[in-house]
Design a protein. Structure first.
Length: 344
């Protein structure tokens, strides 16, 4: 346990806020970066241990040197700050620039600090592939080479940001090492009232935004597991490189059935099954009527399953994931609690 603060960038975010709670719960001092006045984040300031061991400071992903104060004296930095949107107007300025430039800015500040021993980067399964092959087992050696500004730009931004981080470590004398965490879609209860993109997908399924069951398989990991994995990656000396951290995978058909069987009735859940070959062809055709980025996402995911080898994570951290069913049920309960989903 270090007496020096652990810096968590983008501390107000869905994953980052849970990392802050995880670290405080383990007795760490935490310095979190935020974009607004610290008083704007009561859900962080009210966490157990926050009054004694949490400091919130302002930083901007696109402002050079903005993270200098945040990482000063820190031995560990957990960099989570990065935009996550599927439908955006300008992929370069809305996604790529803040993701890549922000990552490089944080790493430059870590060099200036001179105290940093390790940076843990929140990457994504998006940096592994954007169109999984059903007969392939993905590992930490795989990289997404297909995304672009016009094809799944969020995936592209996450890939470029992680690539930039590894290139930075390779070509500069940093004095610290880098560990990257690559989760899939992340579910679970929120500490803030904001609705993140992963949970919005569950809400949309329940509110009739998906008119039919599609042949789509989603890998989910609970946010509390993701937060703990970040802490373990920070603490474990032998940790190195990238870590896939995919929990269970669930088909849309089974997801809808789980929601119904768990007592969440009265919602506009899809009841027409178009997950067969003919149905998938129809969904693909209809995807061209959706906004460009949404349509491309559907076409690269339909009929595909992401199979991941998480041997490395289990070996280094001896980690067991929360069941996806538990996470989904608690996600829905949380959507209701925050008012994002009305009680049927």
């Amino acid at each position: 346990m270090t007496e020096k603060p652990v810096c968590v960038t983008g501390a107000s975010g869905f994953i980052a806020s849970h990392i802050v709670r995880e670290l405080l719960g383990e007795g760490y001092r935490v310095r979190g970066t935020v974009r607004k006045n610290p008083e704007s984040y009561p859900y962080l300031l009210s966490l157990p241990g926050a009054a004694e061991r949490l400091e919130l400071v302002n930083a901007d992903l696109l402002a050079k040197g903005s993270f200098d104060h945040a990482v000063a004296e820190c031995e560990y930095v957990i960099h989570t700050a990065s935009p996550f949107e599927i439908s955006i107007s300008d992929p370069q300025s809305d996604l790529v620039d803040p993701a890549v430039n922000g990552t490089e800015s944080v790493l430059e500040s870590c060099i200036k600090a001179g105290s940093v021993k390790r940076v843990v980067l929140t990457s994504s399964i998006a940096a592994i592939t954007d169109e999984p092959e059903n007969d392939k087992i993905y590992t930490e050696n795989d990289w997404n080479t297909m995304s672009s500004l016009s094809r799944n730009p969020y995936y592209y931004s996450k890939t470029l940001a992680e690539r930039a981080a590894w290139d930075f470590i390779m070509h500069k004398r940093t004095g610290f090492d880098l560990v990257a965490i690559n989760p899939p879609l992340v579910l679970g209860p929120s500490l803030s009232p904001a609705l993140n993109t992963s949970k919005q997908m569950i809400r949309d399924i329940m509110m009739g935004e998906y008119p039919a069951i599609m042949d789509m398989n989603w890998g989910f990991t609970d946010v509390r597991d993701v937060a703990k994995i970040h802490r373990l990656a920070m603490e474990t000396k032998r940790a190195e490189g990238r870590y896939l951290c995919t929990g269970d995978t669930i088909h849309m058909r089974d997801l809808v059935a789980l929601i119904k069987s768990s007592g969440f009735t009265g919602y506009r859940l899809p009841n027409v099954d178009l997950s067969g070959k003919t149905g998938s062809a129809l969904i693909t055709l209809l995807s061209f009527t959706k906004p460009r980025n949404v349509g491309k996402y559907i076409r690269t995911q339909i009929g595909r399953t992401m199979n991941c080898d998480i041997t490395k994570l289990q070996s280094d951290f001896s980690f067991a994931f929360m069941p996806v069913k538990t996470s989904i049920i608690e996600t829905i309960e949380d959507l209701v609690r925050w008012g994002h989903l009305k009680t049927a």
